[in-house]
Write a protein that binds this ligand. Structure first.
Ligand SMILES: Cc1cc2nc3c(=O)[nH]c(=O)nc-3n(C[C@H](O)[C@H](O)[C@H](O)COP(=O)(O)OP(=O)(O)OC[C@H]3O[C@@H](n4cnc5c(N)ncnc54)[C@H](O)[C@@H]3O)c2cc1C
Length: 544
């Protein structure tokens, strides 16, 4: 072999670090009274930082799920085949209770502990987070009918991942999905045309279609259909109690921008058997319990993507030299990295605050339930909206290598827009915040109570809060202006949380750029005076 060149100036592989070495995450865990989970979180963080876990993520995405409509003899089977790496990822997630731990063991801080683990493990691979999140979210909706919850909840909360279509109650653990979106409307689910008719034996027969149903190999689905009493929520099993397949046909799988490891299907119901969940005509009210949990996971997923992106960017810049010195020492690169780190930390902090609110609301704190009602809509809108821009900038820190599939950055970039689309796309999330304020003025009071708790600590924050109060006083053309308003609400909340609980350098940089108005439209436009060294240090990978 002729010798052509030495390979130099390439960065070491980004493995062997502990993803739980995340100062904002650990601080949030302890604040929420979930410090008891730190050892488990660290254990998962080590696994998540291994080359093996990264390899599962790569393989699950490069070997996309395949639909098998029929068996070799021509019988309809409607099954989806996954690469073994998908099952490995699911197995770790279920074993660690990311799909249900707070339902099995509802101790104080359980939702925050679960959220922290979900955030860590999502950094390995985002696609399988979808069925994991839906299983977690299905339980509160299912509780609208206690006898269904009694039957299925123990299996949904089991820590055994038992893949394959069999009679649900004969399995060792179950996965749940959600089918709302139809061809004619996804945001406006009241436009659903699927019909549910009472079968006379306590069950209903559903006929119609669903345009998007992810994780179609789930054991049970919560779905919406028009019953005689109006739009209602149903639980549909893939396999009926007598062992036969329910008449739920998978028409095809979507070819998606990202989220390739996960299957997203189009379904048809041909008198499929369903059990009513909650009351007839109250389908939206019932399934919203599920949607609220998955919205939290969208926010956690977006924050997880940012953490992954900034850590990779900092790692690359630490080792890569250009123009005689490491990139991390170039002043403009420091500005970009610090800006990405600030965004990431603000996202992690607010997402975990909402997990804490979930815990405290579950413990009966009414103020926390009100805070969550509004702050979740605000945060879902903003944090998810920031994901794609953050991923693009993090990718660019790796230069051409970041554009190449092997770096993992293209996958992060393709995944990023999704959490903003599902569970209420940008506009719908922003409008939901408006609805929360209109219908529940107490939720606005609870939101301001969170801001006021830190009044006087930072003049830029105080000015932002005062400005926001003024903006809220002007309701002229409010729907047209919703995005601007909700963005300001999100930034002010993030600022308040960072000033109150965050690292002083991060809080100062956040207020100086996001609340002080001295920030350009691109990342890397922080004003002078930011302690970039301290901010970037928090995004460094720490060896396991
Ligand atoms: C990969 C993937 C997986 C999915 N998995 C599932 C699943 O498992 N189950 C499921 O039920 N659904 C699933 N969905 C569907 C998803 O939830 C919907 O696509 C989403 O809710 C938007 O609905 P839509 O596509 O019908 O768009 P539309 O409702 O037509 O909305 C189009 C655009 O209009 C905006 N808009 C809507 N109403 C208003 C308004 N009043 N004012 C201003 N703007 C408005 C929206 O924000 C959006 O930008 C999935 C989608 C994707 C991409």
């Amino acid at each position: 072999m002729p010798h052509t060149h030495e390979v130099t100036n390439q960065v070491p592989p980004p493995y062997g670090h502990n993803l739980a070495e995340d100062p904002a995450l650990l601080a949030a865990l302890h604040r929420a009274g979930a410090g008891w989970a730190e050892a488990e979180l660290r254990e998962l963080g080590v696994l998540a930082g291994t080359e093996q876990a990264a390899e599962w993520g790569r393989l699950a995405n490069e070997n996309e799920p395949v639909l098998r409509t029929h068996d070799r003899f021509g019988h309809r089977i409607d099954e989806v085949e996954f690469h073994p790496a998908w099952h490995q990822l699911m197995n770790v997630a279920v074993e660690h209770g990311l799909h249900a731990a707070p339902w099995r063991d509802p101790r104080p801080g359980a939702h925050t502990a679960r959220a922290a683990k979900f955030y860590l493990w999502s950094q390995v691979e985002a696609g399988h987070g979808c069925p994991i999140s839906m299983t977690y979210a299905a339980v509160p909706a299912l509780r609208a009918t206690p006898e269904l919850a009694e039957r299925f909840e123990p299996l949904l909360a089991s820590t055994v991942y038992d893949f394959g279509l069999r009679e649900p109650l004969g399995k060792r653990g179950l996965i749940a999905g959600m089918s709302m979106t139809e061809k004619q409307g996804g945001s406006d689910v009241r436009a659903n045309t699927t019909v549910a008719l009472p079968a006379g034996d306590g069950t209903y027969h559903l006929t119609g279609h669903k345009w998007f149903t992810s994780a179609p190999m789930s054991d049970v689905f919560l779905t919406l259909a028009q019953a005689p009493g109006g739009l209602s929520c149903f639980l549909l099993p893939r396999v009926l109690p007598d062992g036969t397949r329910n008449a739920l046909r998978i028409q095809r799988l979507k070819e998606k921008l990202g989220n390739r490891s996960n299957a997203s299907a189009e379904l048809e119901y041909e008198e499929a058997v369903g059990w009513l969940v909650g009351e007839e005509g109250r389908g939206v009210r019932t399934i919203i319990e599920m949607v609220n949990m998955t919205r939290l996971d969208c926010t956690l997923g977006a924050a997880a993507g940012m953490r992954l992106g900034v850590q990779r960017a900092v790692q690359h810049a630490t080792h890569r030299k250009a123009f005689g010195t490491e990139l991390i020492h170039q002043p403009l690169m420091r500005n970009v990295l610090a800006d990405l780190a600030i965004e990431s930390e603000a996202a992690t902090t607010v997402a975990l605050r909402l997990a804490e609110a979930t815990d405290r609301a579950a413990a009966g704190e009414e103020g926390e339930a009100l805070f969550k009602r509004l702050a979740l809509a605000v945060t879902k809108y903003w944090v998810c909206k920031r994901g794609p821009a953050h991923a693009a900038e993090a990718l660019e820190c790796l230069g051409g290598n970041g554009y190449v599939e092997e770096s993992g950055m293209p996958r992060l970039y393709r995944e990023a827009p999704l959490v903003s689309i599902w569970e209420g796309s940008g506009n719908v999330a922003a409008l939901d915040a408006l609805r929360a304020m209109a219908r529940s003025p107490q939720s606005l009071e609870a939101y301001f109570a969170e801001l006021d708790a830190v009044a006087g600590a930072d003049r830029r924050l105080d000015a932002a809060v005062a400005g926001l109060r003024k903006e809220l006083g002007d309701l002229d053309e409010i729907e047209y202006r919703t995005r601007r308003l909700v963005e300001t609400m999100a930034l002010t909340l993030q600022g308040a949380l960072l000033v109150r609980h965050g690292d002083p350098a991060v809080a100062d940089a956040f207020c100086a750029s996001r609340l002080g108005g001295d920030h350009g439209n691109a990342f890397g436009t922080l004003p002078a005076g930011v302690d970039t060294e301290a901010v970037i240090a928090r995004a460094r990978m720490v060896p396991a």
